[in-house]
Ligand binder design. Structure first.
Ligand code: MN
Length: 232
């Protein structure tokens, strides 16, 4: 071990269903506008030319069940329910077949977003980091191995706030499929175990407040929840 001046927090890990060992998270990539109805509600027509991405720091992730404070700097903090996939083997310039074989597993994820800042940054043609890379702003539920779940197909993806249904779609609505995303993204990165990819959110995004309980699910995967407390 290299001698270091100070200690950083441990590498975050995600539990895996029926496993003792956790999945360590190295990088988090997120796909933007991957459901046409969500792109429309954001005032933008979906673009079939190529997917686009932003990244979120692993240090900012929390596990499902967390209670986190309402974040600073926003008056419009939004939930986004997403399917996340975890990479289990090196992947570079992948074919669809290689992409499928490299998927370790899947889980429910929340891509929490300071929507007011994201839109302001977008309008000024600036990067989205303040809007997207929010402390405690990536929530991950336990992973299920690909062999135990199958593949993204017609599974329902949904989210409730305080028990009220807000997002309700199926994974058939993904603009870019899981394989297409991996083939494209692996042209720019040497994907490797530890890489997580959030595949975008369906329509129905909206604001939450301190005290709200967010719960979501995807058929066949462990559900996800997040409780917001009032700001610290
Ligand atoms: Mn998202």
């Amino acid at each position: 071990m290299t001698d270091t001046l100070f200690q950083l927090p441990e590498i975050p890990t995600v539990p895996v269903r029926n496993e003792v060992a956790g999945y360590p998270v190295g990088r988090i990539f997120c796909v933007g506008r991957n459901y046409a109805a969500h792109a429309a509600e954001m005032g933008i027509e979906v673009d079939r030319q190529s997917p686009f991405y932003f990244t979120k720091s692993p240090a900012n992730m929390v596990l499902s069940g967390a209670q986190v404070p309402y974040p600073p700097g926003t008056n419009n903090f939004h939930y986004e329910m997403e399917l996340a996939l975890a990479i289990g083997a090196p992947l570079f310039r992948a074919t669809p077949k290689q992409a499928r074989a490299a998927i370790f597993g899947y889980c429910c994820a929340l891509d929490m977003t300071r929507r007011d800042l994201q839109i302001r940054e977008r309008q000024k043609q600036r990067p989205w980091d303040l809007g997207k890379d929010v402390e405690n702003g990536t929530v991950l539920a336990p992973l299920t191995r690909a062999a135990d779940w199958g593949a993204a197909d017609a599974q329902r993806i949904y989210l409730t706030v305080n028990g009220e249904l807000r997002q309700d779609a199926t994974l058939t609505e993904l603009v870019w499929s899981v394989e297409e995303i991996l083939c494209h993204l692996s042209g720019f990165y040497h994907l490797r175990p530890g890489d997580l990819i959030l595949t975008g959110t369906p329509a129905g995004v909206g604001p939450v407040l301190g005290g709200d309980v967010i719960e979501g699910g995807i058929d066949g995967l462990d559900p996800i929840s997040l409780t917001l407390t009032t700001s610290d």
